[in-house]
Design a binder for this molecule. Structure first.
Ligand SMILES: *Cc1c(COP(=O)(O)O)cnc(C)c1O
Length: 400
């Protein structure tokens, strides 16, 4: 083994380097014309009315919560298994976070668990959440239609954390078109579908919501006469006004140029990820299960998630791969297990059988467009030899 393999990695080509250096030689490093170009191209890709680019996926989640006016008086319900930022954004607004159990095979929010929580809240007369945040784990869509059917009639807003899912589809539509949600959030961190180094975006259909997010991402200040609400009698040219407490969550032109260049290769990159998954599935066929994908979902395959028999087999595999410099990773420990969230509200882990089962079994193997066939074969060989060394057939039954 000559070099280490990681679960994800960016692809940078000559066109990316040229796009970025062009901006370096131009008049604007930030707040120039390239950010809107990136936003427009992203909106076209997502088949959505509005895209607001911002500094990273975490900022995009924070903006989504601020945009929905989530406050310390609110509850936000979040899928139990995700990156912590999916829950932290609600905490930034002071809201109470409650977790929704996942389906242990799809790793996405369990519709049954969400439905049970809603019913229980109504029976007990306790509060309904102002919003739910669901994550398309590994790039594979949640059952958005069912989530919408549960939330919409109750006036509960829906945020899609699509940080894994750029390039994925649901019901033949791009994830991010917000057909079943209020807004959708993306990240362009180097391990994601495309990168701007750091970067993120919010997509939405509602023009007023989009304008609010735009304000919040740039100090709450507007220069646009159409949107002024202050006393503009006798103002001087160059007038701008702050309307609400915003942040500096902007993306720079330097980063947006990388995004524009990367976005042109999104489709072939996702196709390559599908090829890699297909090969893993064939190789592991009767020996190892992989993440289950909904029939009406075309995954962006941010992650290649295998599901081992149990924690012992998973931990052995992790170590055995690491010895061969193949660095698999677990995505993710359930958020409620983190000390910060335990301090917020101690949880009985047994209340989340789906998340606990997934947490014991899951492991993400290397997947990215430039992973070569030879490298993938090394991962497959390393995985199979470790699993077979464990010598326990997949469908073993205890009473025979
Ligand atoms: C990457 C990621 C984020 C955060 O994005 P950053 O750009 O790193 O801030 C949020 N949620 C999920 C599910 C992610 O994978």
């Amino acid at each position: 083994m000559t070099h280490a393999l990681y679960y994800g990695k960016q692809t940078i080509e000559q066109a990316d380097i040229e796009a970025v250096t062009r901006v370096l030689r131009s008049d604007f490093l930030t707040q120039g014309p390239i950010v809107s170009q990136f936003e427009n191209q992203l909106a076209e890709t997502l088949n959505v009315a509005h895209v607001i680019a911002c500094s990273n996926g975490t900022a995009a989640l924070h903006l989504a919560c601020l945009g929905l006016n989530i406050t310390a008086d609110d509850e936000v319900w979040v899928s139990a298994v995700s990156f912590v930022a999916t829950a932290n954004c609600a905490r930034y607004c002071g809201a109470r976070v409650r977790f929704i159990d996942i389906d242990p095979l799809t790793a996405n929010v369990s519709i049954q668990a969400l439905s049970d929580m809603l019913q229980q809240a109504q029976q007990q007369g306790s509060r309904l959440p102002k919003a739910v945040i669901v994550v398309h784990l590994g790039g594979s869509s949640c059952d958005m239609q069912a989530i919408h059917q549960l939330c919409h009639p109750r006036g509960i807003a829906i945020i899609e954390d699509a940080c894994h899912a750029l390039g994925g589809h649901y019901q033949q539509q791009p994830i991010g078109n917000c057909h079943y949600s209020d807004c959708c959030v993306f990240s362009f961190h180097p391990v994601k579908s495309i990168t701007t180094a750091e970067g993120g975006a919010v997509s939405c259909q509602d023009p007023q919501f989009a304008q609010r997010i735009r304000l919040l991402a740039s100090h709450g200040i507007t220069k646009d006469p159409q949107h002024w609400c202050g006393d503009t009698a006798g103002i001087s040219p160059g007038y701008s006004e702050q309307q609400l407490l915003g942040y500096n969550f902007r993306l720079s032109d330097l980063q947006a140029a990388l995004g524009v260049a990367q976005l042109t290769r999104l489709e072939p990159w996702i196709e390559r990820r599908h090829q890699i998954i297909h090969r893993y599935r064939q190789a592991f066929n009767s020996i190892l299960d992989m993440q289950h994908i909904l029939p009406d979902s075309y995954s962006a395959y941010h992650l290649a998630i295998i599901l081992c028999q149990d924690q012992q087999q998973r931990d052995q595999l992790y170590q055995s791969l690491a010895q061969q410099h193949i660095f698999a990773q677990l995505h993710y420990m359930p958020i409620y297990r983190h000390p910060y969230y335990q301090q917020q509200s101690p949880e009985d882990f047994a209340a989340y059988p789906g998340a606990e089962s997934y947490y014991q079994r899951a492991l993400s193997l290397p997947i990215y467009p430039q992973l070569s066939d030879i490298e993938q074969q090394q991962v497959i060989d390393g995985t199979l030899s470790s699993i077979i060394a464990c010598r326990r057939p997949k469908f073993a039954t205890s009473n025979r």
